[in-house]
Design a protein around this ligand. Structure first.
Ligand code: HEM
Length: 185
C-alpha cells in the first residue's frame, strides 16, 4: 500500500547564472554557488498534495477531540495484530500514547511549515533507528493509524477521500523519517 522511494539526490546541477550573481564580487559569487550546490543535494521527499493537507487537518481536528482514545486504540490494535512488536516498546505505555498523539498533532499542524516539520521528522527517524524500527514496519504503523481514525470517525467521515489524503501525508512523514534514519544507518 505504501511505497517509499529513496530520496532523489539532485546532483550535478550548476547554479543558474543570474543577474544577482553577475553583479556580486567574485568571492561572494563563489559563496552563493557553494551554498546552492549544497542545497541541491537535499533530498526530495514524497510531497502531499494541498488538498490532502487540508483534508488531513480537518479530519484530525475532529479526531483529536478524543486525544486519549486515539493512543489507546492505536496501541491496542497494533499489539493485537502484531504482538511481536510489543517487546520493542519499553517506555511507560501512558507516556508512549501521549508522545505518539503529540507527534501526530505536530505532524498535522506543521504541514504548513515544512522546514520545521522535516527537521522534527528527520530527528524522529534517527531515534527510531535506536528503537530497532525497520523500514518495512512503516506501512504497518501507517495502516494502523488510518484504521484507528476510521474507527473513531466512522466510515461516513472517513471515506476513500480521507483515507487517500492520510495515506498521502503519512507517506510524506515516513519518507522524511526514513531519510533521517538513513543518515545514522
Ligand atoms: C510516522 C510514523 C511514526 C511516528 C509519527 C512515530 C512517533 C513516535 C514517537 C513520538 C515516539 C516517542 C519517542 C520519540 O519521540 O523518540 C515513538 C517511539 C517509538 N516508536 Fe514510533 N513513530 C512512527 C513510526 C514507528 C514505526 C514504523 C515503528 C515500528 C514498530 C515505531 C516504533 C517505535 C518504538 C519502538 C518507540 C519507542 C517506544 C519506547 O519508548 O519504548 N514507530 N514513535
Amino acid at each position: 500500500m505504501f511505497a517509499y522511494s529513496a530520496p532523489v539526490a539532485r546532483t550535478g546541477i550548476r547554479p543558474a547564472t543570474s543577474t544577482l550573481c553577475a553583479t556580486r564580487p567574485r568571492a561572494r559569487r563563489q559563496q552563493i554557488s557553494r551554498r546552492f550546490q549544497k542545497s541541491a543535494l537535499l533530498a526530495v521527499y514524497h510531497m502531499p498534495r494541498k488538498e490532502s493537507i487540508e483534508t488531513v487537518q480537518a479530519t484530525w481536528a475532529r479526531a483529536v477531540q478524543q486525544r486519549e482514545r486515539i493512543g489507546e486504540l492505536f496501541y491496542e490494535r497494533l499489539f493485537t495484530l502484531y504482538p511481536e512488536l510489543q517487546s520493542m516498546f519499553r517506555s511507560d505505555p501512558a507516556v508512549q500514547r501521549q508522545r505518539l498523539v503529540d507527534m501526530v498533532d505536530a505532524g498535522v499542524n506543521l504541514l504548513n511549515s515544512r522546514s520545521d516539520l522535516e527537521k522534527a521528522l528527520r530527528d524522529l527517524g534517527k531515534r527510531h533507528v535506536k528503537y530497532g524500527t525497520q523500514e518495512e514496519q512503516y506501512p504497518i504503523v501507517g495502516a494502523n493509524l488510518l484504521q484507528v481514525l476510521e474507527t473513531m470517525l466512522g466510515e461516513e467521515h472517513f471515506t476513500d477521500s480521507e483515507r487517500g489524503a492520510w495515506q498521502d501525508v503519512y507517506e510524506y512523514w515516513a519518507s522524511v523519517m526514513l531519510d533521517g534514519a538513513r543518515t545514522v544507518m
